[in-house]
Design a protein around this ligand. Structure first.
Ligand SMILES: Cc1cc2nc3c(=O)[nH]c(=O)nc-3n(C[C@H](O)[C@H](O)[C@H](O)COP(=O)(O)OP(=O)(O)OC[C@H]3O[C@@H](n4cnc5c(N)ncnc54)[C@H](O)[C@@H]3O)c2cc1C
Length: 422
């Protein structure tokens, strides 16, 4: 069999670089094809990373990772009609997650990959992947690469799966922008969220960070918001259900402007970006292995939002590492159709276990009650508790009963929703 490299990885984000480092450490020849000028250039802005997988990926180098601040404080804010309810939790010992700026971080991880012997080809847009004589031909603006194994790490749009006809858009699908994707009948808007992020300048300096989860500031669109504290900036953003966004006429930059104003943030805006986020429930995850193909990270739909944690980055790193180890086993066996090994390894890991465990609560993010009814009930309830007038005070039990009645939902529905959370 004549080929150029053992493994070609499409996409030099977190999952692609993690797969590359692991495969290279396993002695395989690896090339990463990244469309950006450098890793992280297409991944501007920031987020919060749970670092357990990263620590295993880079070992002692973890101390050199350009992370921002350890998150020691969790805050939930629920907004409703000018009212705000806040819950906070602080643990000074906590260092299992950090705020991170992706342009800096991905660039660093890419240099770690190169130090491990990985070749990275930047400004390389993969335009098609096809099978030929039992191997894969990866076509790009810089020519073709022939390889027995492709690791697809190209993010939520998962173009490689689409080129190969594994995804619902079909074989003849060609790269298009998000607007055109929405016009495509096969594009399932319900399976995606739009993530909008801004980096806002911050003058204060702290050694610990805070993560805020925000409900009720999305103008009736299903979704939520976040604010993470970085060393010299805030990462603020919204994650909005695409199907809900489609049926509204509001532009995404208008929503985030209003959101920023409501939060009272007036610092200079340093960056803006918008990006697709996968929103599959566990049972509907896309296909993640095929002959000569392993799919990682967002491309495989590995995104978990259980209302308390938003996790895509650690799942991307872990699935990348698993793919790098599976690649070694597959290469050693020379049976490139035996990619089910990867699936088995994913099943044994926290990746699929955590996604499965979160599948019930994820369904709450598809319903209206979470974004409109419950914030209103919480605010009305607390408002009543702290309001004293000439009238006799209402019993809390009655307030809850009236709220449920006024919002046209049953006790059964509320209890059912509550059970999904716990
Ligand atoms: C607004 C928002 C907030 C988020 N917040 C968090 C958070 O707080 N915590 C968390 O854990 N996760 C968060 N996530 C999710 C997280 O960013 C992703 O899960 C993670 O980046 C997935 O990594 P990946 O490597 O699979 O994909 P990506 O990071 O998207 O990398 C894909 C790479 O492939 C490249 N590529 C794509 N197509 C091609 C092509 N055809 N040819 C060559 N290269 C290509 C891209 O340029 C990119 O570099 C958030 C996402 C968004 C959008």
């Amino acid at each position: 069999m004549d080929y150029d490299v053992d493994v070609a990885i499409v996409g030099g984000g977190l999952s692609g670089l993690s797969a590359a480092i692991t495969a290279a450490k396993n002695g395989l020849s690896v090339i990463v094809l990244e469309r950006g000028d450098y890793s992280g250039s297409k991944n501007v802005s920031g987020g919060r990373m749970y670092v357990h997988s990263l620590k295993r990926l880079v070992g002692d180098k973890f101390k050199d990772a350009p992370l921002e601040l350890p998150i020691k404080k969790e805050t939930f804010e629920v907004y409703n009609n000018g009212r705000k309810t806040t819950f906070s939790f602080e643990n000074k010992e906590n260092d299992n997650s950090y705020s991170v700026l992706r342009s800096k971080f991905d660039r660093w991880l890419a240099s770690e990959a190169e130090n491990s012997g990985v070749a990275i080809s930047y400004s390389t847009l993969v335009t098609n992947v096809r099978r030929e004589d039992g191997i894969m031909v990866v076509e790009s603006n810089r020519g073709d690469i022939r390889t027995p194994l492709v690791i697809e790490s190209d993010g939520a749009s998962s173009f490689v799966s689409r080129y190969l006809g594994l995804s619902d858009i079909g074989m003849n699908y060609k790269m298009e922008n998000v607007k055109n994707l929405l016009g495509n009948n096969n594009f399932q808007a319900k399976n995606f969220m739009l993530g909008i992020k801004e980096i806002v300048e911050r003058k204060a300096e702290d050694s610990a960070g805070e993560a805020k989860t925000i409900l009720g500031l999305t103008d009736g669109i299903k979704g939520g918001g976040f604010v993470y504290t970085n060393k010299n900036s805030y990462s603020i953003g919204l994650t909005l259900k695409m199907d809900s966004l489609e049926s509204n006429n509001i532009k995404s930059h208008e929503i985030i402007e209003k959101y920023r104003e409501n939060l009272g943030m007036d610092g200079k805006i340093l960056e803006y970006s918008a990006h697709l986020i996968p929103f599959y429930r566990y049972d509907y995850l896309p296909k993640r292995y095929d002959d000569n193909l392993l799919v990682t990270g967002d491309a495989a739909g590995f995104m978990l939002n259980d209302g308390f944690t938003i996790r895509g980055m650690d799942l991307a790193i872990e699935s990348g590492m698993i793919a790098g180890n599976a690649a070694k086993k597959i290469t050693d066996s020379k049976d490139y159709s035996d990619t089910y090994i990867y699936e088995k390894m994913l099943e044994d890991s926290f990746v699929l276990k955590d996604l499965k465990a979160a599948s019930k609560i994820s369904s709450l993010f598809g319903n209206e009650r979470t974004f409109n009814v419950y914030p209103s009930i919480i605010s009305n309830l607390i408002d009543t508790m702290f309001t004293v007038t000439d009238s006799p005070r209402e019993n809390i039990k009655n307030v809850i009963r009236n709220e449920i009645k006024n919002n046209n939902i049953s006790y059964f529905t509320v209890i059912n929703d509550l059970l999904k959370v716990i």
